[in-house]
Design a protein around this ligand. Structure first.
Ligand code: CA
Length: 400
């Protein structure tokens, strides 16, 4: 589970990798670090007793530092990621937890306009419905990373906000638990997200995303609402493409109305009709060789929680299963040889040398890299489906 979090974190913050190896300044002692931190904490309104209680007997954690040195050698193919995110036991647990909190979920859906199954699915993806919230002391985790100046001032700023949360009395320091990177509680909010989005939905005076499910779920719904969730618009859906579908003719990032997609023969994978209103863009994670999806603006809202197509697809598909929809119809290209991380970086470098915009050559095929692959496929007279496998890389190597 921690491994998954590490990978997710790298997906969100690729710059973390570089910061870890670029420590130029000599490191101050932890005591000096705390003395300097106190100056800023005091001017932020933290009292001495709260500060002292937070750091009583606290030393930096070597195991947390070790996490910053880890790097994923390969990235799981999407189907493996989804298989581990959407297990039958997770669906079962989600249905049970959904029943247990049905009344709160209804109220939250009504109040924030966010589909309750999406709220439930984010809860499932972030903490397995509250079962896994991370066992680290958030203050210790943030202080360790801030002291090491991992990613510059980022964790020091988060640490100061975490102290404010303690100062405001939402939680006691020993109960303020989270991941090694300081993502807290059932919503896995960083302290800065807590400050902006956490909600005291049961109005007991505490925003409690650690032990209070109602506060946790409403905080997630509030986050999605503030990020622009559109009420009654689905996140997206699997679609089946017509046999004669001309993939090269489409700008994959451009939205078209659902009625347009229906008019050229796209059908929903679950057999339902496409929505009457709204628009969506086509997402082909493996080009024409795997399942196809239509995605809406709400898919991008889910990505605000974690900036990864894999993650957002995991949330969307888990929400569908919780709502009773069948599994995907399309087959993943499991027997097709997938590129390793190093090969993907090589592919990105070759495309960049050809003057195509691949974004950062980070070993991941994101939206920009997919657009660059399609541009190359078009130039080469291939079907522009944006799918890079080893035969495409071989072709590029021969003509770098
Ligand atoms: Ca509360």
């Amino acid at each position: 589970m921690v491994r998954v979090l590490v990978i997710l974190l790298l997906l969100v913050h690729p710059q973390l990798l570089h910061a870890a190896y670029a420590q130029a300044e000599p490191q101050a002692s932890f005591e000096t670090f705390l003395a300097q931190l106190w100056v800023d904490a005091q001017s932020a309104g933290i009292s001495r007793p709260v500060f002292d209680a937070a750091f009583a007997g606290l030393k930096p954690s070597p195991s947390i530092l070790a996490h910053t040195k880890q790097q994923a050698e390969f990235i799981k193919p999407l189907w493996e990621y989804l298989d581990s995110a959407i297990t039958s036991s997770r669906i079962e647990r989600g249905l049970q937890r959904g029943k247990d909190h049905a009344e709160a979920l209804q109220k939250i859906q009504q109040n924030y306009g966010v589909d309750l199954y999406i709220v439930l699915a984010v809860w499932g993806m972030e903490s397995n419905f509250g079962a896994f919230t991370g066992g680290e002391s958030v203050i210790r985790a943030l202080a360790t990373l801030a002291h090491a100046r991992y990613r510059g001032d980022f964790f020091r700023d988060e640490l100061l906000i975490a102290l404010k949360i303690l100062q405001q009395g939402h939680i006691e320091a020993p109960a303020m638990k989270g991941s090694w990177a300081g993502a807290m509680g059932q919503t896995q909010f960083m302290p800065s997200s807590f400050m902006t989005y956490a909600v005291d939905f049961d109005e007991d005076g505490h925003k409690d995303i650690w032990t209070n499910v109602t506060d946790s779920l409403s905080s997630t719904a509030n986050y999605l609402a503030q990020k622009g969730w559109i009420k009654d618009l689905p996140w997206g859906m699997e679609v089946l493409l017509p046999k004669d579908f001309d993939v090269s003719a489409y700008d994959l990032q451009k939205g078209e109305s659902f009625s347009h997609w229906a008019s050229i023969g796209l059908q929903r994978g679950d057999g339902e009709a496409l929505p009457n209103s709204g628009e969506a863009y086509l997402y082909l994670p493996f080009g024409l060789k795997g399942p196809a999806f239509l995605l809406t603006a709400n898919f991008k809202v889910i990505k605000a929680y974690n900036n990864s197509n894999y993650y957002a697809l995991g949330v969307g598909l888990l929400s569908d299963r919780l709502a009773g929809s069948p599994p995907l119809k399309g087959q993943w290209p499991k027997t097709d040889k997938q590129l390793t991380r190093a090969e993907t970086i090589e592919l990105q470098h070759i495309l960049a040398r050809k003057g195509l915009d691949v974004g950062e050559a980070d070993g991941r095929i994101g939206d920009r890299a997919q657009a660059a692959i399609r541009a190359y496929q078009r130039q080469s007279g291939l079907k522009a489906d944006g799918y890079a496998n080893s035969s495409l890389l071989d072709r590029l190597r021969k003509n770098p």
